[in-house]
Structures are given as C-alpha cells and as structure tokens.
Design a protein around this ligand. Structure first.
Ligand code: NDP
Length: 244
C-alpha cells in the first residue's frame, strides 16, 4: 500500500515541486488548489505519469469548513494521510504604519490559521493511524523579522511556535512535526522583486544565489521518510547560509 501525502497550496512554486518530488518517491498525492486551471489538470497528469494516484481537492485553507471538506474527501478516498505539508502562504507587504487591518488579518488567516485548520483535522486521522509526519513551511523572516513584513513574519514565527508545541503534544503518538525555514526561493512570490534587489540579496547569501523549489522539496522528501524518524520539533533552515 502506498503512503498518502497532502500538500496545501500545491498549484505552483514550492508546493508544486514538493508534490512532484513526493510522487517520484511513490506517494499518492492530494493536491490542494483554489481555482481550477489547465496548469492544475496538467499537474495531476504529471503526478499520475509517475505511477501514483492524484486527488485534486479544492479549498481555501483559511476556511475551516472548506478545509474540513478537503480532508474528508482525502480520507474517503484513501482512509489515511501519512504526510501533511502545510505550504499554502501569501504575502501582503507594507510598513506597519501603512498596513491595513485587512492586510494583517488576511496573511495571518492563510498562513497561520490555515496551518491550524488543516493540521487540526489531519491530526485526528494521524492519531487513529498512530503514525504521521507534519511539515510546516515557515520562513527565515519568522526568525529574523523583515522590514515591511510585520504580518508575514508574525505568521511565520507563529508557525514555529505551533510546530514546537505540537511536536511536544504528539511525540508519544509517533507523529513527528517539523518546520522548514526557506530563505529566498525563486517562485512567483519573489518574482515581483526588482532584479537589482535580487542581486543585492544574492550578494548577502553565502552561497551567492537564490534557492530553487527543489532545494525545499529535497528536505521535505527527507523529513517525510523513515530516515528522519528521530527528528521532531525542529526548524531547519534552507537558505544558502543567509541566517546563521
Ligand atoms: P507561491 O506564491 O508561488 O505559491 C503559493 C501557493 O499557495 C499557491 O499554490 C497558492 O494558490 C496557494 N495559496 C495561497 N493562499 C491559499 C489559500 N488561502 N488556500 C489554499 N492555497 C493557497 O509561493 P511559494 O511557492 O514561493 O511559497 C510556498 C510557501 O513557502 C509559502 O508558505 C511561503 O510563505 C513559503 N516561503 C516562500 C519563500 C520564497 O522565497 N518563495 C521564502 C520563505 C517561505 P493559488 O494558485 O490559488 O494562489
């Protein structure tokens, strides 16, 4: 029987790469999307071409009800979830002085409440299985802070506290909970940065380049595997040495 992995926000960027990487490792994949498009159906075909099953589940992780429907759909199909990757995330940057209440709330609702909504429901299933791996995508700015990102860095710092607390709650139940703190990764989230800013960022990174989604997916592959069976409650940086 193949293991089942559920990846939120898997339509592009880091989430898509994680979905494809775990499919190559022989997991059946549940892909969370919000809007159907040709690229979503193409992703399903790409996953299935690796010889595993793919279920597309529609929903906004900031909605408790939509999340509940997604988890129910996955459990109805496979009766288990072995790996959860809380990847869905947004930014709405701006200095605090100009940040609206809505822009603060929206980022917390998706990044932090979304992680709560999905994890709460998946953990109920993992407790029945007495087995599971939860991998939360945080960020280096959840540790270092970043000017213009009070909302985003608060959400990502919140994910770190959430990860460590849950790891303590679930350690005795054979459910491992870890966080990844990516640095600057080349996706649509960072595409908007001006070229000069990207060059300046790269200069300050010991490895002198931005990361690729595969750099994150490779660590997810390891944390999802049995090779990580004595690692829980950790925040692992994948940032080219940006933060030490
Ligand atoms: P992208 O913007 O490329 O992709 C974000 C994904 O999240 C999309 O699939 C998007 O779906 C989905 N998403 C957003 N909001 C929701 C929601 N409410 N419900 C369900 N899905 C949602 O971002 P990245 O791939 O770069 O980022 C992935 C994760 O990595 C995020 O958590 C981000 O914060 C984190 N990260 C990224 C870094 C980077 O440099 N890129 C650095 C550090 C952390 P849709 O297509 O519907 O918009």
């Amino acid at each position: 029987m193949r293991k089942v992995a559920f990846i939120t926000g898997a339509t592009r960027g880091i989430g898509k790469e994680i979905a494809l990487t775990l499919a190559s490792e022989n997991y059946d994949i549940a892909v969370n999307y919000r809007t159907m498009s040709d690229s979503v159906t193409a992703l399903k075909s790409d996953i299935e071409s690796k010889g595993v099953d793919c279920l597309l589940v529609k929903g906004d992780v900031s909605s408790y009800e939509e999340t509940e429907n997604m988890i129910n759909e996955i459990i109805t199909k496979w009766e288990r979830i072995d790996v959860l990757v809380n990847n869905a995330g947004i930014t709405k940057d701006g200095l605090l002085i100009r940040m609206s209440k809505e822009n603060f709330n929206d980022v917390i609702a998706t990044n932090l409440m979304g992680t709560f909504n999905v994890t709460k429901m998946v953990v109920s299933q993992m407790l029945k299985q007495k087995d599971g791996k939860i991998i939360n995508i945080s960020s280096v700015v959840g540790i270092s802070g970043n000017s213009g990102q009070c909302n985003y860095s608060a959400s990502k710092a919140g994910i770190i506290g959430f990860t460590k607390s849950l790891a303590k709650e679930l350690g005795s139940k054979n459910i491992l909970v870890n966080a990844i703190a990516p640095g600057y990764i080349q996706t649509s989230m960072t595409d908007g940065l001006k070229e000069q800013i990207k060059e300046d960022i790269a200069k300050n990174i010991p490895l002198k380049r931005l990361g690729k989604p595969k750099d994150i997916a490779n660590l997810v592959k390891f944390l999802a595997s049995e090779d990580s069976s004595y690692i829980t409650g950790q925040v692992i940086h994948v940032d080219g040495g940006l933060l030490m």
